[in-house]
Design a protein around this ligand. Structure first.
Ligand SMILES: Nc1ncnc2c1ncn2[C@@H]1O[C@H](COP(=O)(O)OP(=O)(O)OP(=O)(O)O)[C@@H](O)[C@H]1O
Ligand SMILES: CC(=O)N[C@H]1[C@@H]2OC[C@@H](O2)[C@@H](O)[C@@H]1O[C@H](C)C(=O)O
Length: 371
């Protein structure tokens, strides 16, 4: 099917646990045409809590299998909503890329776990599903993440930007794709994104996140905590490198607790740590980017965006300035990767995950034909 543009659906449920993003993309695995069709279906708080209960699981148990089925059903709802809104039928869709919910990620032990039930999804929607995107890369010694860089590279083809450029995703974790003059890719997770701030805000205010960064903006970041935070050896590690959502959680919580910060100053400090880890990422880039474009829900945090602009000293804007939809990039990415799987094109590269050679990935789940 190489060379043929097909319609594919991508499904992403990221580390922030906000819910399921679904997007339709037209692609031949190299070139992309965004359709603009995108929906989000939030997880209900009870399911979110049950997913948290699976964090750190090395093997599935009955409780996790139930969670995996329930997660899958939210994905089915997301696809049905997307189809209804777009006017497309399931038969118009060549393939669905299903990321699943990461519950554990430790590439050093060659383990990465995304839970969900791809066979159930394929069956419910009568569309073939590609899943298990990270397993092959990790099995071959790669980081298994980030996988978005090849999609960022495809989106940048023809874009009016100055190279080198950085595409920054801020979700629960933050990750950067650096694209050089010659379109060389270097990518890695910068550090914790908004997950720590989200957890703080939930614990202290009952809200899911710091809307527009208003709470953080009302406080003062504790400079000593930021300095201590940056002593984590992760920041000196040469990329490619990746993180689990819960990496650094305990050490950051301890730093905040020891500093005795109130709610606003704690939020400001956690936002400050997110920004500091992104600024520290520049030390690992071959040449400082001339521009940063930000995607992911974190770009809606005006406080974080303003701090980034102030500290990076080059233009920092939302990817929406490029006419991309910053909320849809990750979901679109998994549509793109599913089609690349069908086209037998690699998903990850030495510069993006540290894998030794360009690596194929994903596994195809067919729909079972009725007898
Ligand atoms: N209006 C807003 N104001 C401030 N922050 C926001 C806003 N909307 C979303 N966010 C932040 O964006 C986060 C979700 O972003 P996103 O959906 O891109 O993350 P994710 O895909 O779940 O995570 P990851 O990219 O790590 O897999 C929320 O947890 C919140 O911190
Ligand atoms: C193991 C895992 O799920 N990693 C996610 C997470 O969320 C952001 C960052 O950490 C990134 O490395 C990755 O997701 C995106 C979609 C990626 O692979 O590019």
């Amino acid at each position: 099917m190489q060379g043929n543009q097909v319609k594919a659906i991508g499904l992403m449920s990221g580390t922030s646990l906000d819910g399921v993003d679904a997007a339709i993309l037209e692609t031949d695995g190299e070139n992309v045409r965004r359709t603009g069709h995108f929906v989000t279906v939030p997880y209900d708080p009870a399911l979110r809590q049950r997913i948290r209960g699976c964090f750190g699981n090395l093997v599935a148990d009955d409780a996790e299998n139930d969670v995996a089925d329930d997660i899958t059903d939210v994905h089915v709802d997301a696809v049905n909503l997307l189809l209804a809104q777009s006017g497309y039928q399931a038969r118009d869709i060549e393939v669905i890329g299903f990321h699943g919910q990461t519950v554990f990620h430790d590439p050093a032990r060659q383990i990465t776990r995304q839970i969900g039930n791809p066979a159930r999804l394929a069956q419910a929607l009568s569309v073939p599903v590609v899943a298990d995107f990270r397993l092959e890369d990790v099995a071959r010694g790669g980081e298994g993440a980030p996988l978005a860089p090849v999609y960022h590279g495809a989106l940048l083809r023809g874009a009016q930007v100055e190279f080198p450029v950085a595409i920054l995703n801020i979700g629960g974790v933050s990750n950067v794709t650096w694209v050089g003059d010659d379109r060389e890719l270097l990518a890695f997770d910068c550090g914790p994104g908004n997950a720590r701030l989200d957890d703080w805000v939930l614990r202290h205010t009952g809200r899911d996140f710091d809307h527009n960064g208003a709470l953080a903006a009302s406080g003062q970041s504790d400079a000593m905590v930021e300095v201590e935070f940056l002593k984590n050896p992760y920041f000196d590690r040469v990329p490619p490198k990746s993180l689990d959502r819960e990496d650094m959680a305990r050490s950051i919580d301890d730093l905040i607790m020891d500093a005795g910060l109130n709610v606003a100053n704690g939020a400001a400090t956690l936002a400050g740590c997110t920004v500091a880890s992104i600024v520290a990422a520049v030390n690992h880039l071959p040449i400082a980017p001339k521009q940063w474009f930000v995607c992911g829900g974190g770009r809606h945090n005006g406080h974080v965006m303003a701090q980034l602009q102030a500290r990076l000293n080059v233009p920092v804007t939302s990817v929406d300035m490029l006419s991309w939809d910053g909320d849809a990039v990750e979901a679109e990415c998994f549509a793109f990767l599913a089609v690349r799987h069908l086209c037998q094109l690699p998903l990850s590269f030495p510069g993006t995950t540290g894998v030794k050679a360009p690596c194929f990935g994903g596994r195809l789940y067919h729909t079972k034909k009725a007898a």
